[in-house]
Unconditional design. Structure first.
Lengths: 300, 362
């Protein structure tokens, strides 16, 4: 009996874990407060967008809607007014789609080849070229705006769809090139050497060896570009021209229009609609997004 | 005709000279091993031969053709890498055929070459698998196969066995040697493993600091190292070294260090042994014997056992001679106890003598 008693009091087997330690309480407490801080505005937006104007005028912004109405959402989409036109956000949405798709495709195509060349085909001065390109990522946009306006005007693409696509491609270049260069540099160089011994050239190694191995980094690049270009306001306002204004700019025009009553519910719905695209991208690709941030760290 | 010949090759990265005025002639069908510690330039040399690295000076000939400026694919070489470098998204078959498809060979010929390589390397059951589904040894066989299907004159191996565990390594070593006998191609093989070098090579080039220290047959390298570096790099357990002087009259030269004197009458000196010269006396652990009784005068001395390391087939006994620890390889049937007094017998014919300042063989 004494032997059994000794065994049972001495440590054996799995070490017991305590559920509530002071450290854990602190961690979860801070996380809960932080989560609340970010969720609360979203909650107010959703709740407000589902209320009618009379209910909003009561001033209880936290109370849930008594009468749920989707009217503000359809108004925001189809008939909200920006200045003289009352065609709703859908115009801006399709403008943004038109800007987004070619910009994302072209910038990623060019940047991936750039990164591949810089990682695997080092030429004299390639490091300097890369440094200069990287430096571009740290220059504030505002510095480059005026020269770019003049350049695009001279090229006769100022205020056109082509113009805004070219601008987005240029501004995406530093970060995307860095992303692809680091990824390709992390692939074993012996793979590249083996392909060269096998007689493959620049493009064949790129398309048949490198690209098939690069699905994760292409996904990351798409996420970065989609969210970045969709959220862009400044470049769209300047370069897109009035016919192609992106959704963000149109949202601003709706929300800030000074005529008539401020329709808070419509404004809230319009804002959520505009933010929906990046929000969905984050929801469905969180894993890759984190990986992308990690991959952006300078390496190699 | 020489299969590969390298003339006055230099490679420098910026101000760092990795290879300096290197000259090597590799005979047709020869197995040459480039051996050296990491950073000695052996892999650089191999990459230069393959055309994967631009050289600064000199020329490279393969099969009598000047390939100094040729692309890797036009040099008639196949290369096997340490990390296998198989294309992960392709099956074994596609891996093998990639180079041939790039070259635009007819399908029937590709099929035939793959069948041939698969037969030699026993790859048939693996052809439809992806590299991820193969073991290390299988991957390396596929990598060798990829060089094989190219039907080239020269095979280049860049530490092909370094990523494998000890057992697989020795198995594949034998396989590579068999392959060389069967194909009789020229092979240039880079390694830092001296056992691989000694077992595989027709000739070994021992390299250090971008220079070839000695280029000879394995046994010559082992028994008559040209300098102190080669002597200490080759051999496991390592060669013993004692620092001392040359003494004695004309015919009776001897090596003296502290209380030890070894007659050099049977030593095959390459230059006259001048008196009072500072030298390093090197002898391998197996070129010395332990006896209970003193041996012939001038070839024997007394020593105390420090340690006995049994290694299975033989034991390594550590003793103190002339104040320095030395190791002796003996049959493992007898154990030695620390503190035991024994007598050592030297064999100067198998020893090496190096000048203490130039470190070259005397």
């Amino acid at each position: 009996m004494t032997a059994i008693n000794t065994i049972s009091t001495e440590p054996h087997g799995r070490r017991p874990t305590r559920t509530f330690t002071p450290a854990k309480i602190m961690i979860y407490g801070v996380l809960a407060v932080a989560a609340l801080y970010y969720v609360l505005p979203l909650y107010v937006m959703i709740v407000t967008s589902l209320k009618g104007m009379p209910e909003i005028r009561l001033g209880n912004i936290f109370s849930p809607p008594v009468e749920i109405t989707f009217q503000p959402w359809s108004t925001a989409w189809t008939s909200a007014c920006t200045g003289l036109y009352c065609e709703g956000l859908k115009v801006g949405f399709w403008n943004s789609v038109q800007i987004l798709i070619p910009s994302v495709i072209i910038s990623i195509l060019i940047a991936s080849v750039n990164g591949y060349a810089l990682a695997n085909w080092r030429f004299k001065g390639s490091e300097i070229f890369f440094s200069v390109l990287l430096f571009g990522a740290f220059i504030p946009y505002q510095v480059m705006l005026y020269p770019l306006v003049i350049i695009t005007r001279e090229l006769r693409i100022f205020g056109t769809l082509t113009g805004i696509i070219v601008i987005h491609t240029i501004f995406g270049m530093p970060i995307l090139t860095l992303l692809f260069r680091n990824y390709f540099a992390s692939l074993p160089t012996e793979l590249f050497k083996a392909a060269r011994v096998d007689g493959a050239g620049f493009w064949r190694i790129f398309f048949q060896i490198m690209v098939p191995l690069s699905a994760p980094i292409f996904i990351v690049a798409v996420i970065i570009q989609v969210t970045g270009i969709w959220n862009d306001f400044l470049l769209g306002v300047i370069f897109a021209g009035s016919k192609n204004i992106p959704m963000t700019v149109q949202l601003n025009n709706i929300v800030n229009s000074t005529q008539g009553v401020k329709e808070y519910n419509v404004n809230m719905a319009a804002t959520i609609l505009t933010g929906a695209v990046p929000l969905l991208v984050y929801f469905f690709s969180g894993k890759y997004f984190v990986r992308g941030i990690a991959a952006g760290a300078v390496k190699g | 005709m020489h299969s590969v010949s390298i003339k006055d090759l230099s490679v420098s990265f910026g101000s760092v000279n990795v290879l300096k005025d290197l000259n090597i002639e590799v005979a047709d069908g020869e197995f040459l091993v480039l051996l050296g510690p990491s950073g000695c330039g052996k892999s650089t040399l191999l990459n230069c031969i393959a055309g994967l690295l631009d050289i600064s000076e000199g020329q490279i000939f393969i099969k009598g053709k000047n390939v100094t400026w040729e692309e890797p694919k036009d040099r008639g070489i196949g290369m096997v890498f340490q990390s296998y470098a198989l294309y992960p998204q392709m099956t074994v078959e596609k891996n093998l055929s990639f180079g041939l498809r790039v070259a635009g060979l007819p399908k029937a010929q590709i099929q035939q070459r793959i069948a041939n390589a698969a037969d030699i390397l026993q790859l048939e059951p693996l052809l439809q698998r992806k590299p991820a589904a193969l073991s290390g040894g299988q991957r390396q066989r596929v990598a060798i196969g990829r060089a094989l299907v190219r039907d080239v004159d020269v095979f280049l191996f860049d530490e092909p066995l370094s990523n494998l565990d000890a057992k697989l390594r020795s198995e594949l070593r034998v396989e590579i040697k068999r392959l060389h006998h069967k194909l009789a191609n020229t092979m240039i093989y880079v390694t830092h493993d001296q056992i691989e070098a000694l077992t595989l090579a027709d000739r070994i080039a021992v390299m250090k600091g971008g220079l070839i220290q000695q280029l000879d047959e394995p046994l010559t390298i082992y028994n008559k190292p040209r300098n102190l570096f080669v002597a200490s790099f080759i051999g496991s357990p390592a060669m013993n070294f004692l620092r001392g002087k040359i003494t004695g009259a004309n015919q009776d030269k001897a090596f003296t260090a502290a209380d030890l004197t070894v007659s050099l009458a049977t030593y095959d000196a390459q230059e006259p042994l001048t008196n009072e010269r500072d030298v390093i006396f090197g002898f391998r652990p197996e070129h010395i014997t332990i006896n209970d009784k003193p041996g012939p005068a001038g070839l024997s001395c007394e020593a105390t056992v420090d340690l006995d390391e049994p290694m299975g087939a033989d034991s390594l006994v550590w003793l103190t001679v002339a104040g320095k620890p030395i190791s002796v390889r003996v049959d493992s049937s007898r154990r030695y106890l620390p503190g035991e007094k024994v007598h050592l017998n030297f064999n100067p014919a198998m020893a090496s003598l190096f000048d203490a300042t130039t470190e070259n063989r005397v």
